[in-house]
Design a protein around this ligand. Structure first.
Ligand code: SF4
Ligand code: SF4
Length: 86
């Protein structure tokens, strides 16, 4: 049987969910994501803000995946971001 983890290294992975109705378009999460995986939507939430959205599925392969670092959730003043680590 072949080990999937070689040399004791294991790349972390994660994903986030953003509550679009809590978002107030401050862009802090966008500025801190090391892999540029968050952008503003073209649409508005019910309060009239353009909301942030997770775009990992849309980015090119050379862009890294979400590491679950949680920087985006930590800086969000509206506590609109949940981070899941796999
Ligand atoms: S958890 Fe880290 S890598 Fe993932 S979207 Fe947030 S800031 Fe980016
Ligand atoms: S940090 Fe929070 S409130 Fe600001 S844009 Fe991101 S999700 Fe919206």
């Amino acid at each position: 049987m072949v080990n999937e983890i070689i040399g004791g290294t294991h790349l972390p992975s994660g994903m986030i969910e953003i509550d679009l109705e809590l978002c107030k378009d401050c862009e802090l999460c966008i500025s801190v994501c090391p892999h540029k995986l968050i952008e503003l939507s073209d649409r508005l939430n019910q309060k009239g803000y353009r909301f942030a959205q997770f775009i990992e599925k849309n980015v090119k392969k050379e862009v890294k995946k979400c590491s679950g670092c949680a920087l985006c959730a930590i800086v969000c003043p509206e506590i609109a971001i949940e981070v899941y680590r796999g």
